[in-house]
Ligand binder design. Structure first.
Ligand code: GRF
Length: 205
């Protein structure tokens, strides 16, 4: 039995692709059953279509939080989602969604946490902060999602060296490659636990 994973993405979705690719390999413990984006133009949505995975756009800007939360919860219920992976999702997840998926929702961040995370720390800014700090290592961190940006319990981290002459872009590229290996591995582990502890067996599984 494989866990049913939803992936939330606002951007190009290379991590989504890594999760999809892994799900198609023998022995994968999860399958991607839904892609959620806040942006109708997100590249992640095209990847979902190419992989024949259902997707939904839930816009956030200018909408009451309760409405966004309701839309997300409805989509997750409709697809009987066990686990949620944020993969470049730039919005704060509404509290009701965090509550329902506590311990079953993770995010990947492209640097060590908590030092290089928090509100506004995304994209190039993260890697620039790492370079400015002069640390010898960076690398992706996977953590549980709670009510604040990048704050939940860290589940995994992969060290990636910072090299002399690195720019935010060159460091980002090296870290991204590590993300693509790390994220499916962590999701497999969570999926194995989720399905082992499953108390219900919906008929459409
Ligand atoms: C990744 O660097 C991830 O760590 C961060 O957002 C970026 C998403 O990239 N949370 P992609 O859309 O998966 O290519």
């Amino acid at each position: 039995m494989s866990a049913r994973l939803a992936v939330f993405a606002s951007g190009g979705g290379t991590n989504l692709q890594a999760l999809l690719d892994h799900a198609a390999t023998p022995g994968a413990r999860y399958r991607v059953v839904l892609v959620v984006s806040d942006r109708p133009g997100a590249g992640a949505l095209r990847r979902a279509v190419a992989a024949a995975v259902p997707s939904v756009v839930v816009p956030v800007a200018g909408r009451p939080a309760a409405e966004v939360e309701g839309d997300l919860l409805a989509a997750l219920s409709a697809h009987d989602v066990d686990l949620v992976a944020l993969a470049g999702y730039l919005r704060l997840v509404p509290e009701g969604v965090v509550r329902r998926y506590r311990g079953r929702m993770v995010n990947i961040h492209p640097a060590p946490l908590p030092r290089f995370g928090g509100e506004g720390m995304y994209g190039e800014r993260v890697h620039r902060a790492v370079l400015e700090a002069g640390v010898p290592e960076s690398g992706p961190t996977v953590h549980l999602v709670d009510e604040a940006y990048d704050r939940g319990e860290v589940l995994a981290h992969e060290a990636v060296p910072v090299l002399a002459g690195d720019t935010p872009a060159s460091l980002a590229a090296r870290v991204l490659e590590a993300e693509h290996a790390l994220y499916p591995r962590v999701l497999d582990g969570l999926a194995a636990r989720a399905t082992a502890g499953a108390t219900h067996q919906p008929t459409n599984r």
